[in-house]
Write a protein that binds this ligand. Structure first.
Ligand code: GLN
Length: 197
């Protein structure tokens, strides 16, 4: 398997390390590559869109010609995991700031997002989440986190905080509002890698 991590900005190396660790835990052979320009995305069996700054990431994805390649991969069924800013970029539409600033969105997942859902008081926090596909709670790290405020019918909620959906999947696509690459608990990476056929 060849997994690509979009490496234009944000917490790329943490995802690369977490993926390598998860692949070796599975005892599988796999390669992790970074995506800095067009031409690499179509060679990958799975893709990760890391956290960072969604406005900058959106501009760079379009400028580098990677955005259209990701859209094609999404419709071809390639597994894609977006974390934090990546969750924003995968969405079909946005509320509040996302809408006002005309944030670029890949529109690959049937979700509506709110960019800084948890506000300034709770800029960064850790919390225990009940995740529908895990049999014990998961400690999630949130950093200026967005959230999904609306989901289409084909989107499955994996975890919520109050009314906000913070983890969801839609077929080959998975979006997390938090940072699974910053903990040793790699269950979300494994759940994602399970989607590679
Ligand atoms: N709130 C940030 C944004 O909108 C995302 C934060 C993150 O990825 N840690 O871009």
């Amino acid at each position: 398997m060849r997994v690509g991590v979009v490496a234009l900005q944000g917490d790329v190396s943490e995802h690369v390390d977490a993926l390598k660790k998860a692949i070796s835990e599975r005892g599988e052979k796999g390669e992790v590559v970074t995506i800095k320009h067009s031409g690499i995305t179509p060679t990958c069996d799975a893709l990760i869109l890391p956290g960072g700054e969604s406005t900058t990431l959106g501009h760079l994805l379009v400028y580098e010609g990677i955005a259209d390649e990701i859209k094609k991969a999404a419709s071809d069924g390639v597994p894609i995991m977006g974390t934090c800013a990546g969750l924003i970029l995968m969405a079909k539409s946005g509320e509040g700031q996302v809408q006002k600033t005309r944030q670029y969105l890949l529109s690959i997942m049937d979700t509506t997002v709110n960019r800084n859902a948890f506000g300034r008081q709770r800029e960064s926090f850790e919390t225990k989440l009940d995740v529908s596909v895990f049999d014990s709670p998961y400690i999630a790290i949130f950093i200026r986190a967005p959230a999904i405020v609306k989901c289409g019918e084909s989107v499955k909620t994996l975890a919520k905080i109050d009314d906000y959906v913070v983890a969801a999947e839609q077929g080959n696509l998975m979006a997390l509002a938090f940072h699974p690459e910053l903990t040793d608990d790699l269950r979300f990476h494994h759940h994602f890698l399970d989607k590679i056929s």
